[in-house]
Write a protein that binds this ligand. Structure first.
Ligand code: 3IX
Length: 180
């Protein structure tokens, strides 16, 4: 099935903000996190930027492949905001096309390609040297829709308690639920 942008999705160009302050991908409270900033795009697509820092190295002066995959995972996960669906990564396949030096801004783009029941298929690219630069990484993913109970039942109780007693966090989690 063709993906459908939710009528209450953030407007194109709108910054999405973090879905959880301690998220390694987008949270502001993770000193070595990616601090990825995503924006709603047109259709069921988003754009994001991530600056590779020293903490993200694998080889000297180069980004670690797993960190680049995390940036792609986070970008693809942010598509949830446009579907207003809570979904987790089931499968993620990455192609590393060019090395990515420290200091590089990775320009990411992701879109949903199809939805089949709880399965959400999506694809992403990361370009270097500008939003129109050459592709350095790309990924295809399958996300699976879950209930908020997925987190409540499986997360370590102390972080779940803290998240549930934070009104801002509860508001953000509700923004993903079609029937809050
Ligand atoms: C109160 C606190 C709340 C805090 C939360 C607040 C907000 C959060 C909301 C949204 C988040 C927003 C943005 C997120 C942004 C970025 C985050 C990055 C995303 C991640 O980084 S997230 C972490 C990594 N992720 C996991 O930690 C998942 C671990 N995993 C599982 O928890 C289960 O594995 C699960 C749930 C995936 C499935 O389990 P399940 O029992 O529900 O479903 P089931 O197995 O029946 O699969 C149903 C259909 O999917 C097919 N299927 C499943 N898996 C497949 C695979 N791997 N390959 C191919 N097909 C697969 C089956 O074949 C079947 O297909 P079919 O229906 O056709 O038969």
């Amino acid at each position: 099935m063709q993906p459908v942008r939710h009528p209450d999705a953030p407007a194109p160009g709108e910054l999405l903000g973090a879905h959880y302050g301690e998220c390694f991908g987008c949270g502001g409270d993770q000193p070595h996190g990616l601090h990825l900033e995503a924006r709603a795009g047109d259709g069921v697509g988003i754009t994001a930027e991530f600056t590779v820092r020293r903490a993200h190295q694998g080889a000297p002066g180069l980004a670690h492949g797993g960190v680049l995959t995390s940036a792609l995972d986070e970008t693809l996960g942010s598509l949830n905001w446009l579907l207003r669906t809570i979904a987790v990564t089931g499968r993620l396949e990455t192609d590393f096309v060019r090395p990515v030096p420290v200091g590089t801004v990775l320009h990411l783009e992701a879109r949903v390609t199809a939805v089949a029941g709880r399965k959400i298929y999506s694809t992403a690219t990361g370009r270097i040297g500008g939003p129109e630069g050459p592709v350095a990484v790309r990924a295809d993913a399958l996300f699976i829709e879950v209930k908020v109970d997925h987190f409540i039942d499986n997360g370590r109780p102390e972080e779940i308690r803290a998240a549930m007693s934070d009104p801002d966090q509860v508001r953000r989690a509700r923004a993903f639920e079609v029937n809050p």
